[in-house]
Design a protein around this ligand. Structure first.
Ligand code: ARG
Ligand code: ZN
Length: 414
């Protein structure tokens, strides 16, 4: 496919030498697949999508972060690949975008953005948790459910007391910054629009809402440090001491360690030494086990790709209430299309995304939480993990509409 011009190509060569880039490459042959798999294992190159190179295959769109100073044999391979296959420069200047995400212009009175339209450091999020609980003593409670590997507290916010409940966790994967931003957005919206917006009022009047804004604080903090923006896992040190990090969304006790996960601690999708080996996963699992009689709805927030996923991911079998789950995400996607003109795909995880065991959604489902979802928020790869602050409100409002749509439907069914 010759969809690029020579000048574009030479521009690419030039550019590539000096600055970092995110490329989108869709391999057409097995040889190209192999090259991409090989390139992506190079320590400086970061695979944005798919999550692990085992999922790279022909016709799969691969998003690759390539730093400007990559060693010449790697850039040669990438250049060579780009000569023979259709590729696109997804982001010509990720550094500028990274700075934009980290810039805290709260000190600048001219910036029109609110607190909720910026990304926040872990410290700022902890501050916000305390303040939110203090300022709303009757409606909000901060519950300590455990601590991370590096001993940071895991706080869950409980909004309003009731007999039914729902749970939302954010930030299970460190680099997906829009996820914690959504949890803050969601709590803020719930508190501000209670008794104004009919759906949120109905939800809060009949359900406890538990929100864990940052499930992986160590990883999140790490992504705010220089050159570590692409970190995904937690920060636990493996027994061999060789590599760091377990993918918390592979660490749950559901067909653990079988599909789409790796026992190798150096891999992005490392499932850890045993199920619930990680304090973060264990804290969430313990809390949900204790509250499984009230919690009817489980939602976990990720990015990116604009998808609503429901069980199962660990098997291609159909969930017992498959049709209910499908109807819920379908309605959420339709409403988003109508209000925001944006497309979300949806379906059971294994068939829609990829087969994968040890995920929190499947685990919660098997615990008895019959309405269990993974949301993948904006975007579809235009900015990927570098979604600019100006897109936070759009991304969060869409996800909010989906949460409300699904929660109201759950209330009708239970
Ligand atoms: N992007 C998420 C992940 O790879 C999707 C999770 C979907 N659910 C699942 N159980 N795999 O962790
Ligand atoms: Zn994720």
């Amino acid at each position: 496919l010759k969809l690029y011009s020579i000048s574009l190509l030479s521009g690419y060569f030039l550019f590539f030498k000096f600055s970092d880039q995110v490329l989108s490459i869709t391999p057409q042959t097995q040889e190209q697949v192999d090259t991409l798999r090989n390139v992506s294992t190079h320590y400086e190159v970061v695979l944005w999508q798919p999550v692990s190179n085992e999922y790279i295959s022909t016709q799969v769109q691969v998003h690759l972060y390539v730093p400007g100073n990559t060693s010449s044999h790697i850039s040669f391979q990438v250049n060579h690949l780009c000569l023979h296959v259709y590729f696109r420069v997804l982001l010509a200047n990720p550094n500028v975008l990274t700075e934009m995400q980290m810039k805290n212009d709260s000190t600048d009175p001219r910036s029109g953005s609110t607190f909720y339209e910026r990304y926040h450091t872990l410290e700022e999020i902890y501050d916000w948790i305390n303040r939110t609980a203090q300022d709303n003593p009757r409606t909000v409670k901060a519950i300590l459910i455990g601590s991370s590997y590096e001993k940071r507290p895991l706080y869950v916010l409980k909004v309003k007391p009731n007999r039914k409940a729902m749970w939302i966790d954010c930030g299970i994967h460190a680099r997906e910054w829009i996820s914690p931003a959504f949890c803050l957005w969601f709590v803020h919206h719930s508190l501000s629009f209670y008794q104004q917006n009919s759906e949120i009022t109905r939800i809060l009047d009949s359900m406890d809402v538990y929100v864990l804004p940052v499930m992986n604080p160590d990883g999140y903090k790490y992504t705010w440090t220089i050159k570590r923006r692409w970190w995904r896992k937690n920060r636990s040190i493996s027994k061999s001491g060789f590599c760091v990090g377990v993918d918390l969304n592979r660490n749950f006790d559901v067909d653990w360690g079988i599909k789409g996960s790796s026992q190798n601690p150096c891999e992005e999708i490392n499932c850890g030494p045993f199920p619930e080996s990680e304090p973060e996963a264990q804290a969430v699992a313990n809390f949900l086990r204790r509250h499984k009689d009230t919690v009817q709805l489980y939602i976990t927030i990720h990015s990116y790709s604009q998808m609503f996923i429901f069980p199962y991911s660990y098997t291609f079998d159909q969930a017992e209430n498959h049709n209910d789950l499908l109807e819920m995400v379908q309605e959420a996607a339709q409403r988003i299309k109508r209000y925001y003109r944006n497309t979300y795909t949806y379906g059971p995880g294994a068939a829609t995304l990829y087969p994968c065991s040890g995920g929190s959604d499947d685990w919660a489902y098997k615990l008895g939480i019959k309405y269990s979802f993974t949301f993948e928020l904006q975007d579809r790869g235009e900015y990927g993990f570098l979604l600019p602050p100006s897109h936070i409100s759009g991304a969060c409002n869409e996800a909010l509409l989906a949460v409300k749509t699904i929660a109201v439907k759950v209330l009708e069914k239970t």
